[in-house]
Design a protein around this ligand. Structure first.
Ligand code: 26V
Length: 815
């Protein structure tokens, strides 16, 4: 179908008329999108089946990546890329008068994730399939993805993201594979053949209906499955209700209540704490996922002692931790295993990744809630806690505080991280620094108890989406210069270091960056109806809005630059365009004020003729995967400026590096590992390090007011938050921001790091003037970025955590 342009065109034309029943000349771009999507589905169907058959026949170990989030973005371009059909389809469509990029725009982003954690899951799916591992995703088919962000009068407004409105060509509803998930009820205990038996009675059963999405590996032959579950009322429950005298309208109400379980994705928001619907989502995923995993395992007709050899279940953060007690429940109550045997099976099967040390993100559930919603599961959690505390008592007989601090149930709350650590054989952090902090601080007592369980797996990103798809011109240059080995072995990107001193090559790199910037400039110009200078430095910070990520420091610095130019209009500065993109959690008030501040500064700066040609600021609304693919290839500077110790890894940092941007950053998360490879000459490092931050927290000797008193530049900017002037239309407009910095002593050290941040920005200004040297630095970044390809990360997970058989290195020969 996709072998050559003419075959494609012929198939496409037939399919179009056949499927839509109208002539091609009446086609809309949405029609074209849908027809190509269905052709891809048809093309891969055979290989999907083959992959599944080979799994069944070989009995090889299967990995299931359980995650409440899969931030997949659009699939058309990437599927075509992995099928090797991108050029054929682009050329074929072009002959028919269509532009592939415009067709890609028709697809709604699958925004089933908040940010880093969800996007990591998506990158991992791509690597698993591309490396031909037997690894699948298991998630929730939310009706609404993360909210759509609009900026109205400078403020964030949230709208529902009904991504399924126009249908979803990639999914396959598999009603025949539905399973039942039970909530509520009570546990009755009886004895049977000298054994205690637990029956849950009066529970409410609902259907979990799976939708399967093919995960097409590079080469198009190996196809894994992303199975996402949707909640539906079970007709049995309905019939019983009706027979008991319920009305038709009651049924409609009831089924809506059931469907609400998978209605929307929770925003990453501290306000969610204790929300029953979120707990229901978590158990729904665990119960449905496990039933489907075990159904596949059962086909092997092996005893459950073999489960850890045939199945690995990985939990993405603590959100799916209930798989641990749920698997215990199945093994004990349904398969007849004793506690110790079951526990050994569970802990050898499950592994867990921690993604944050922010204490507000550590999940806890009120005991009463878990007990009511999941009575039998709660009994098991209680037993896990009891046995764990007994083990601790034996080890630390005279340290009751330590035991209380480590217990799974404490203060009438279930601590999910403790349950996850207890019930897994592997606990990993997502960068070396993050893992060290887990071991030495956050999870120290657990590390002392189970040192062998802790390990690091530095995050990665898929170079197929973030380089080959997002930056096709750069990819073409690579292949022309050094062949296509880098596509299957991203470490080969280091070969471009050989071209660092090649003036022609550097010029090509400069041209590609300029063209990417021109494209983004056109997009921004169109959105804002203003001009954007593509030769200015594009300085970009795109990521979720959070205090620790310090978008505030960035915008305060922009205010400072503005003040400088106003004070000295002839100052010599390389023109800069600052670009922001960020969603704030709907109830995170301060974060929303920061968005308003950024927009206010943007308005003032962009309309001031005195700074024209030197400074521009844009806040691009609704940051998403597809927008990231537009922005990142056009960036000169990547802002990775979190308070050291707070950003577990970061993955945006890697995407920018892979597209030749230079990083201004703190020694935090994976920035540290980038720095180890790049050195000070290829990165702009500034600010406190993790140890210094930690010391400040411990000795309490930081005073933001003190910084203000010492530095008049900062004082000026801070006062501009509350005094009418260029950035503040009325008195105290940004007083909450002001108070967070002054009255609340600047939790994230924005003021402390400001001076060094400004210094690093001056270094950027100086460095950018030397175009050739800048390009050398950019090339060093590109060359070392292969290390952060998620293919490497996945090989490490496969080898060290999931214990999968070694895969041989793929090459373009066997793709
Ligand atoms: C928390 C919550 C709590 C409320 C309900 C919804 C929800 C969703 C997510 C979260 C925690 C998000 C944690 C997270 O995204 N961590 C990021 O993980 C990235 C991948 O490992 C890493 O690169 C980032 O540094 C880290 O912040």
């Amino acid at each position: 179908m996709f072998t050559d342009k003419d075959t494609f065109k012929q198939h496409f034309q037939e399919q179009f008329v056949g499927q839509l029943g109208k002539p091609l000349k009446e086609a809309t771009s949405e029609d074209i999108y849908k027809v190509i999507g269905s052709m891809i589905r048809e093309e891969v169907g055979k290989f999907w089946a083959q992959t599944n058959t080979s799994y069944r026949e070989s009995g090889e170990k299967q990995v299931y990546y359980l995650s409440l989030e899969f931030l997949m973005g659009r699939l058309l371009g990437n599927n075509l890329l992995n099928l090797g059909a991108l050029n054929v389809v682009r050329a074929g469509l072009s002959e028919l008068g269509w532009d592939l990029e415009e067709i890609e725009e028709q697809e709604a982003d699958a925004g089933l994730g908040n940010g880093g954690l969800g996007r990591l899951a998506a990158c991992f799916m791509d690597s698993l399939a591309s490396l031909q591992y037997a690894g699948h995703g298991c998630g929730i088919r939310y009706k609404y993805g993360l909210f759509e962000q609009r900026i109205v009068d400078g403020n964030q407004v949230e709208l529902p993201d009904y991504w399924l409105q126009r249908g979803n060509v990639w999914e396959e509803r598999r009603y025949d594979k539905r399973v039942e998930v039970s909530f509520w009820g009570r546990v009755e205990t009886r004895e049977e053949n000298g054994r205690l038996v637990f029956d849950t009675v009066d529970a409410e059963g609902i259907w979990a209906v799976p939708y399967d999405v093919p995960l097409i590996g590079f080469g198009g032959r190996h196809i894994n499955t992303l199975r996402i579950w949707s909640a539906e009322a079970s007709e049995n429950a309905v019939r019983q209700g009706m027979q008991a005298g319920g009305s038709y309208y009651k049924y409609l109400d009831y089924s809506r209540t059931v469907e609400s379980i998978t209605e929307f994705l929770y925003p990453d928001d501290s306000q969610y704490e204790g929300k029953l619907l979120r707990l229901k989502q978590q158990y729904f995923l665990c119960s449905a996922g496990l039933q489907s995993i075990l159904r596949t395992f059962d086909k092997l007709e092996l005893p459950y002692e073999e489960l850890p050899n045939k199945v690995a279940i990985h939990i993405n953060d603590t959100h799916p931790t209930l798989v641990i007690p749920e698997l215990m429940r199945i093994l004990i109550d349904m398969k007849g295993y004793g506690w110790d045997e079951a526990w050994s099976i569970v802990t050898r099967t499950v592994s867990y990744t921690n993604h944050t040390i922010l204490s507000e993100a550590l999940e806890k559930w009120p005991v009463v809630m878990v007990k009511d919603l999941l009575p039998r599961v709660y009994m098991i959690i209680e037993e896990i806690n009891k046995r764990f505390c007994a083990e601790l008592m034996e080890k630390y007989p005279d340290q009751p505080d330590r035991i209380a601090q480590m217990a799974v149930i404490h203060d009438d709350q279930v601590r999910m991280a403790h349950l996850a650590i207890n019930g897994s054989h592997s606990i990993n952090g997502v960068s070396q620094l993050h893992t060290d902090i887990l071991k030495e601080k956050e999870m120290r007592s657990f590390y002392e108890l189970y040192p062998e369980r802790f390990n690091n797996k530095t995050n990665g990103i898929t170079h197929r989406r973030w380089l080959m798809h997002a930056n096709p011109e750069l990819s073409r240059l690579y292949t022309e210069s050094m062949g296509d080995g880098w596509m299957t072995n991203p470490y080969e990107l280091s070969q471009i270091l050989n071209y660092k001193e090649d003036a022609g090559f550097r010029q090509r790199i400069q041209q590609i960056k300029l063209r990417n910037k021109q494209k983004l400039a056109a997009y921004i110009s169109h959105k804002f109806d203003t001009s954007v200078d593509p030769t200015s430095i594009f300085d970009v910070q795109v990521k979720r809005l959070h205090g620790y990520k310090r978008q505030l420091m960035n915008i305060l610095h922009v205010m400072h630059l503005y003040n400088e130019i106003k004070a000295n209009p002839s100052i010599d500065r390389v023109p800069r365009t600052f670009i922001f993109g960020a969603k704030a959690a709907p109830s995170y008030y301060l974060a929303k004020r920061i968005i308003k501040l950024i927009n206010t500064v943007a308005e003032t700066v962009n309309r001031d003729p005195q700074v024209r040609g030197k400074l521009k600021v844009f806040f691009l609304e609704n940051y998403s995967v597809s927008l990231a693919e537009r922005i990142i290839p056009a960036a000169d500077i990547s802002e990775q400026i979190s308070t050291a110790s707070k950003e577990a890894s970061g993955t945006g940092n890697m995407k920018f590096m892979m597209n030749g941007a230079l990083t201004i950053g703190t020694m935090d998360g994976a920035n540290v590992e980038m720095y180890e490879m790049l050195g000070a000459e290829n990165m702009f490092i500034f600010g406190l390090n993790a140890e210094q931050v930690n010391n400040y927290y411990q000795n309490g000797q930081y005073s933001s007011a003190g910084v203000l008193a010492r530095d008049s530049r900062i004082a000026q900017v801070i006062n501009q938050l509350i005094q009418p002037g260029p950035f503040c239309t009325h008195e105290n407009e940004f007083e909450e921001i002001y108070h967070s910095l002054i009255s609340h002593n600047d939790e994230y050290f924005v003021l402390e790091d400001f001076a060094d941040y400004a210094r690093a920005h001056r270094d950027i200004d100086a460095a950018y003037r030397d175009t050739e040297n800048w390009t050398r630095k950019s090339i060093a970044n590109l060359a070392h970025s292969g290390r952060f390809a998620s293919d490497n990360t996945i090989h490490e997970y496969a080898r060290e955590i999931w214990k999968l058989a070694e895969k041989k290195q793929l090459s373009m020969m066997n793709i």
